[in-house]
Design a protein around this ligand. Sequence first.
Ligand code: NAD
Length: 519
Amino acid sequence: ILQVSSKVKSSPTWYSASSFSSSVPTVKLFIGGKFVESKSDKWIDIHNPATNEVIGRVPQATKAEMDAAIASCKRAFPAWADTSVLSRQQVLLRYQQLIKENLKEIAKLITLEQGKTLADAEGDVFRGLQVVEHACSVTSLMMGETMPSITKDMDLYSYRLPLGVCAGIAPFNFPAMIPLWMFPMAMVCGNTFLMKPSERVPGATMLLAKLLQDSGAPDGTLNIIHGQHEAVNFICDHLDIKAISFVGSNKAGEYIFERGSRHGKRVQANMGAKNHGVVMPDANKENTLNQLVGAAFGAAGQRCMALSTAVLVGEAKKWLPELVERAKNLRVNAGDQPGADLGPLITPQAKERVCNLIDSGTKEGASILLDGRKIKVKGYENGNFVGPTIISNVKPNMTCYKEEIFGPVLVVLETETLDEAIQIVNNNPYGNGTAIFTTNGATARKYAHLVDVGQVGVNVPIPVPLPMFSFTGSRSSFRGDTNFYGKQGIQFYTQLKTITSQWKEEDATLSSPAVVMPT
Ligand code: NAD
């Protein structure tokens, strides 16, 4: 944990040797540009999911510490908002370079705390980095609009301005990418930011904060607190916070959306999913099976865009045995072990929940074609591993279909026609992502047109949009009206000020008061 690349210019103060009696390192808070030890008496253990060893402790920040973090954001706001957009862009340009130089170090922290394979952890950082690169195009994205001569001597123009202090609450599954969806976009617009990373995986965010400081972000522009419910309630209720970005489960997201909105904030909440891959019999079989297996089991299924449900249409149902063979060949191991295809689940509780959902499939009449519940990984017997699991004969009323499993489990449904498949997808409450596999353009077009899901892949299993677009999950997968990153991200973190301006020639004076509505 304490080994950090020499490329990081300052000492690794975000994850320090403990002041406790035990030797477990503690994660610091980041307040006013300093990494500070919390005075809290409430701490949460951080585990390595491959071994379940305690590798660190994260504090539940005290009220005084959270107040200090907000005060710091608030103090830093006026000067940062007044800093020219070109200077803010320069900070982000340096930041993207430092992230690139330290990508492997950030990835190592992710694998240690979250469990995913190193290659996948590098992808996690890379997809966040792309948002930072996109944020560098702020100079044109922040431009307002103008309309000259709307009447005699009168012009109309708008400015896009920052909101003030914004906050982010992140989940455990993408420790770098998701925080990077949040604070770089908010800050480049001139806001200051209070970040609460997932209490299970805080390390990557701390390193990213250090790199941002090294890039020249002034003290107080980013502050970091840790904790769970109290920290979340603090963020929802604090009147100095103008907007909240949330990514995580529906339970937390709906609560935060409701409570934050009640306190007058903008809230964008990306939440859970059940993503369907519809396989047509005319699809390229080799590609489709490989894509399905990769997207269902990669990251141990702990991705909101995991393709967790296959809908095999017509003759495509005959491909099931081959699907099982491919899934069997995946190597389950600790994320830092060479050749690992998927790592462990985040906690023993997550493993138990996933195993219970597999059990429910058997009880409710589905068939387990591949069962990963009893897997043993040599040398990591205490890890939270579940091997690739495939459940077939699944019906829409079964628990394993209705619940987001968030593990390496693919549930398989069968239909005779594309229309039936579309009906199944549209009847499911979630609308995060979906994919169709076909070689027929008209079929692909029909699917993309009729399916009521916010992100659609055509022969692309995980259609997460690049950051010049926005992440557009819909229905139960999203609350709010303005999405993460892209133009929508800029809209979320800014407000418009519209100025109507009249400059008359000196001799053009009003002869009487204008008491009627101007037309
Ligand atoms: P989670 O909801 O448990 O935690 C997310 C954040 O909310 C954490 O910071 C946590 O401290 C806080 N939190 C947890 N429970 C809370 C509660 N009851 N009240 C208030 N705050 C609470 O989510 P997770 O387990 O870390 O992440 C997995 C979930 O996130 C999955 O459902 C996944 O689909 C979803 N997710 C969605 C997207 C997306 O873009 N749609 C991306 C990644 C993950």
